[in-house]
Design a binder for this molecule. Structure first.
Ligand code: ZN
Length: 475
């Protein structure tokens, strides 16, 4: 097999080849941007979903499912929202051979599907907060080049929608979502920054938007999720109001929290390396692959020991794959490294006779484990692997940023730039054109290194109310 393209200098070529070679998706479906989830890819996605479900339900959110089709009349109620999505929606205009009286939109996101119903569900302050989420497919007519998991037309989408009594409660929900995402990202070993988007780049209809961004090398970033505060912007057109304790009628304040399969792409982008994909154990379709090495005259059969080891680990709740196929062991090692399996157990004559296995993790740590302590040793090695993976990602994260002191320094940036910004759109736009990228906004999390006080503004030279902002070329 030829080497993979260089991740640093040819990121997208590397990415596409890793996705292809690790058989996570089949992109040969006859519509561009609609991908087939293969058994291996679907396992990864379901593991990802399980972490999202666990963490959002820990905050009291409950699962719902709303229809995929939205009447045009509901879709059109919030003006900014429709302006933002108009060019991206698929329309259903016929039922059989007849034109529909009211055309239907295939959901690009579900505000306009849910909110007419929220208006019926929310009556009194006792109905609040309403915190619900769904994991469904959404559809967006993407005109740019599509990329598996990163830019697709049918999106596997996690969306939480909430109704709160007032602005402060909605602000608290935003904080709670940020905390839930921090726990998810910990499970994925993903360093990221929460960034408050500038006015001109917020979600259509939002009061403000916080994006979750990760650097993916060479000064590029990937937005892997977002949390929005809507104030009453949707509650008013959809009539979502309640009777407060004092008897007055009030509009709810709403929030949303969105994530998608892009997270899977982000995990591949951040953790993958020159040997292929690397999955954190929380996501890995197989946490452990077991490779028996046939031996003719062994007193204990490697194949039998391997089958027993697989069985024991499975009963212990570990996701195991026993690769007892015909291929040479070396070809199997290569394949499972490419596919990102965290831990490989090799069992040959020496191991079978000595009641051990040779454990090799995906980052190269290698050593024997005693089968007497199989379950606990495997658990320890997987935990050590996750820690090493996170620490490698943290190191790359820290070196992905640098300060720019002038607009002139921005051209051709190969890191995400920290820029002093006064907050004005004119100065933000000046940064964007100097970089040929985007002003991502102001970080809500501590910066990955000590940058000192920001200022003066790169655009206008102002020294008052200047903050650090991030600028990058979004992928
Ligand atoms: Zn300025």
């Amino acid at each position: 097999m030829a080497d993979l393209p260089d991740k640093r200098t040819a990121f997208m070529d590397w990415y596409l080849e890793v996705v292809e070679a690790s058989e996570l998706t089949d992109k040969r479906y006859p519509v561009k941007g609609l991908n087939v989830w293969t058994p291996y890819g679907l396992r990864a996605r379901r593991n990802l979903d399980a972490v999202m479900v666990r963490e959002i339900e820990a905050t009291g959110s409950r699962a719902v499912e709303f229809p995929a089709l939205i009447p045009a009349t509901e879709f059109a109620k919030e003006k900014e929202h429709i302006k933002g999505f108009d060019a991206q929606v698929y329309w259903v205009t016929k039922g059989g051979t007849s034109d529909l009286d009211v055309p239907l939109v295939l959901r690009p996101t579900s505000e306009t599907a849910m909110y007419p119903v929220f208006a019926l569900w929310v009556r009194s302050h006792r109905d609040l907060p309403l915190n619900v989420y769904q994991i469904v497919n959404t559809f967006r007519y993407e005109t740019k080049t599509t990329r598996p998991f990163l830019r697709v037309r049918e999106i596997h989408f996690f969306e939480e929608h909430t109704c709160q009594a007032d602005e402060a409660a909605a602000t608290e929900r935003v904080a709670s979502n940020r905390e839930a995402f921090r726990r998810m990202a910990d499970a994925f070993g993903l360093p990221y920054l929460a960034v408050r988007r500038p006015e001109w780049d917020k979600f259509p209809g939002a009061f403000y938007s916080i994006a979750l961004d990760i650097p993916v090398g060479e000064g590029r970033t990937l937005q892997i999720g977002s949390i929005h505060h809507y104030r009453e912007n949707f509650a008013r057109p959809y009539g979502i109001r309640y009777e407060a304790a004092d008897g007055s009628q009030r509009f709810v304040h709403q929030t949303t929290f969105g994530l998608s399969e892009r997270l899977l792409g982000a995990i591949l982008a951040v953790h993958g390396d020159s040997k292929g994909a690397v999955f954190p154990t929380a996501i890995a379709p197989h946490e452990v692959v077991i490779v028996p090495i046939p031996a003719a005259a062994a007193s204990a059969s490697p194949a039998e020991v391997a089958a027993d080891v697989a069985d024991r680990l499975r009963r212990h709740g570990v996701r195991v794959h026993l690769d007892d196929g015909e291929e040479r062991p070396g070809a199997k090692y290569y394949r499972w490294e490419l596919a990102g399996v965290p831990l490989r157990l090799e069992i040959g004559r020496r191991e079978a006779e000595g009641r051990t296995a040779t454990a090799v993790d995906r980052l190269g740590a290698k050593g024997p484990i005693a089968l007497d302590r199989l379950e606990s040793e495997v658990a320890e090695r997987l935990a050590a692997f996750d820690r090493a993976l996170r620490s490698r990602a943290d190191e790359a994260f820290r070196s992905a940023f640098s300060v720019a002191r002038s607009l002139a320094e921005l051209a051709g940036s190969t890191t995400v730039r920290l820029v002093a910004w006064c907050g004005s759109e004119a100065c933000g736009r000046a940064v964007e054109s100097a970089l040929d990228g985007a002003l991502l906004g102001t970080p809500e999390d501590p910066l990955p290194f000590e940058a000192g006080t920001a200022g003066p503004c790169l655009g206008c030279g102002a020294r008052e109310s200047v903050r650090w902002a991030l600028a990058a070329r979004p992928l």
